[in-house]
Design a protein around this ligand. Structure first.
Ligand SMILES: [Fe+2]
Ligand SMILES: [Fe+2]
Length: 135
């Protein structure tokens, strides 16, 4: 069973590009989660890097949309992104240095972050971006 599934009710932001990127992100997180018990460190590392790189890309896209439209909640939103990237960057660096293993606690942590962030933070930019013609 998948770790996380996208539903419009729980995760829909009313912004198509954000929803599409969230779905891709969920797929990558599920892939990593499924790879963990197989124990192939190279495969886990590749999936981890794919996920972290995509998170960087996704956050940059959201931040671009927010800054280009003068979103008032930008600073607080950006701060949440920065905090997660610092955590993920640290985990990835330690993994590649052989100092830490990725477990399903790691993927559960990312899931919990997304389950908190998308409905409570991302969703708030929906009406603002929609009012600027971004749907
Ligand atoms: Fe997002
Ligand atoms: Fe966000």
């Amino acid at each position: 069973m998948s770790l996380i599934s996208w539903t419009k009710e729980q995760f829909g932001t009313s912004v198509t590009i954000a929803d599409e990127q969230h779905k891709v992100l969920f797929g990558m997180l599920n892939d990593l989660h499924d790879a963990v018990p197989k124990g192939d460190r190279a495969a886990i590392g590749a999936k981890l890097d794919t996920l972290v790189n995509y998170v960087v890309e996704h956050f940059a896209e959201e931040e671009r949309l927010m800054t280009e439209t003068g979103y008032p909640g930008y600073d607080a939103h950006k701060a949440e992104h920065t905090k997660l990237l610092e955590t993920c960057g640290g985990v990835a660096a330690k993994f590649h240095a052989g100092e830490l293993e990725i477990t399903q606690d790691t993927t559960a942590f990312v899931k919990d972050w997304l389950v908190g962030h998308i409905p409570n933070v991302d969703k708030h930019y929906g009406p603002h971006l929609n009012s600027k013609g971004i749907n």
